[in-house]
Write a protein that binds this ligand. Structure first.
Ligand code: FMN
Length: 144
C-alpha cells in the first residue's frame, strides 16, 4: 500500500495499546479487519490519504521521498508532512509561563511509548530519563 500510494502514517502507541500493537504486527489486514479486532479507530489524516489512529497519542503523516531496496526488505524514507498530537501527552505549563516549548514538546511520562528489541524478542518501555541532550557541553545547566 505504501508503494501504491507513496504515503503512510507512523502511529506511536502507548503501553495500553501493547496488545493491539502486537496483534497488528502478526495479522495481515488482507485477512482481518485489524481496526475492528484491536478496537482501534481510523480517522482522516490532514495531509495524506491513509488514516491516523485515534487511540495513538502521536501520528506522523508521511510522504515517501526515497525507497532503499535492501534485499530482504524495502526501506521507505518518509518526509513528515503533518503531525497530530493528543494535547494530553504534551508537557504541562504548570507555572503558566506561556513558553511555546510546552506546546511543542511531548512528555514521555505521559505518552509512555515502548520499543521492540529484536535481539531478545521483547517489548520494552522507556522507564526513566537519564540525561538531557548536550548536557556535557552546557555546564551551566546542571540538571540532567
Ligand atoms: C514485533 C514485530 C516487528 C515487526 N517488524 C517488521 C519490520 O521491521 N519490517 C516489516 O516489514 N515487517 C515487520 N513486522 C511484520 C509486519 O508487522 C506484518 O507483516 C504486517 O503487520 C502485516 O500486515 P499487513 O499485511 O496488513 O501490512 C513486524 C511484526 C512484529 C510483530
Amino acid at each position: 500500500m505504501i508503494s501504491e500510494t507513496g504515503e503512510f502514517v507512523i502511529n506511536i502507541p502507548t503501553e495500553e495499546l501493547i496488545w493491539a500493537t502486537d496483534y497488528c504486527g502478526n495479522v495481515s489486514g488482507s485477512e482481518e479487519d485489524k481496526f475492528s479486532v484491536a478496537n482501534l479507530t481510523p480517522l482522516p489524516a490532514a495531509r495524506v490519504k491513509p488514516p491516523v489512529i485515534k487511540e495513538c497519542p502521536v501520528n506522523l503523516e508521511c510522504k515517501v521521498v526515497q525507497v532503499l531496496y535492501l534485499g530482504s526488505h524495502d526501506c521507505f524514507v518518509g518526509e513528515v508532512v503533518a503531525v497530530q498530537v493528543n494535547e494530553e501527552v504534551l508537557l504541562s505549563d504548570i507555572e503558566g509561563t506561556g513558553d511555546p516549548a510546552f506546546r511543542e514538546t511531548i512528555d514521555m511520562e505521559k505518552c509512555r511509548p515502548f520499543v521492540y528489541l529484536p535481539g531478545g524478542g521483547k517489548y520494552w518501555n522507556l522507564k526513566e530519563r537519564i540525561a538531557r541532550v548536550c548536557y556535557t557541553k552546557k555546564p551551566e545547566a546542571p540538571e540532567h
